[in-house]
Design a protein around this ligand. Sequence first.
Ligand SMILES: [Zn+2]
Length: 72
Amino acid sequence: MPHESDDHQQPQPTVGSHMLASTEDMRDADDILFAHPPRTVTRWRCGCGEDYPCPEVRFAQLVKRATVRSER
Ligand SMILES: [Zn+2]
């Protein structure tokens, strides 16, 4: 019988025996946390039921923008 109890022990880090992160690791962690902020993705819904802006809204916005530009 294999020592099954050994597999159920607490997982031990195989990277190294040092418990404290090096300053380099700390800097890397800071960079990672800075580059990977949690993001809340809010989805806009159009009144017609599609994701906003729906093609029609996009078209309308294009027309509006073109009108504003031509009026100058
Ligand atoms: Zn729409």
